[in-house]
Unconditional design. Structure first.
Length: 226
């Protein structure tokens, strides 16, 4: 089992960050385990001055960069879980992805953030209230239209071109998070390792659904939008 090496945390200023990292790791990997990783140590460096959080590609070790300043454990959890989502699916094996389906990886990574915060708000202690408020804010983002076929058709072009977490990606993530079991989401994300790239969306979802072997799954939810 890999260990976390947490850098860039000041224990006197960020006393809950190490606890958060452990809980996020357990929420996302405690049941499904880990994929084959590049190293036995996962380096998680917090650098408030970096450009953006990222799961690092081209590194011989598993390395994650976060951008969380001050005592903001829920923001730290949100970012860490997102990058763990990419690591769990080994997105480095498909980088750079050029088939217009990277938005699916961003959607699933955002689902990981929501799942991690959901776990934190169930814990007793000082993390509970803040995590609950943070998750409520994320789930309460403006949603003036239902996530359905009409919505998807209107946003399809933007999704195809997405290279980062965009508003439409977040909207689909909220839709999946509220309509599917969390362990199923984690397991379907892991299946991205086994899926081909370069397929059209419908063929990709068909292949993914066969691998999932579940009547209700991430690919079945996405297929219902086509």
């Amino acid at each position: 089992m890999p260990t976390l090496q947490l850098d860039g945390i000041d224990p006197s200023q960020q006393p809950l960050h190490e606890t958060v990292a452990v809980e996020v790791k357990e929420a996302l990997f405690g049941t499904i385990g880990y994929p084959q990783l590049k190293s036995d140590v996962v380096i998680v460096r917090n650098d408030p001055f970096c450009k953006s959080p990222m799961y690092c590609f081209g590194s011989p070790q598993e390395r994650i960069l976060l951008k969380s300043s001050g005592n903001a454990p829920w923001q730290y959890a949100h970012q860490l879980a997102h990058e763990f989502g990419h690591m769990s699916a080994r997105s480095d094996l498909r980088f750079p992805r050029r088939d217009g389906l990277f938005w699916i990886e961003e959607v699933l990574a955002d689902c990981h953030s929501l799942i991690a915060l959901h776990r934190l708000r169930q814990l007793d202690g000082s993390l509970k209230t803040g995590a609950d408020a943070y998750l409520r804010d994320l789930l309460a983002e403006p949603r003036d239209k239902a996530i359905d076929q009409a919505w998807f058709n209107a946003n399809r072009g933007a999704l195809h071109g997405a290279a980062t977490l965009t508003g439409p990606c977040q909207a689909i993530a909220r839709h999946i998070f509220t309509n599917l079991g969390h362990e199923r989401i984690l397991r379907d994300n892991r299946l991205l390792i086994e899926l081909e790239t370069g397929l059209e969306l419908s063929a990709f979802l068909e292949q993914w659904e066969k691998l999932s072997r579940s009547k209700r799954s991430v690919p079945s939810i996405l297929r219902a939008l086509l």
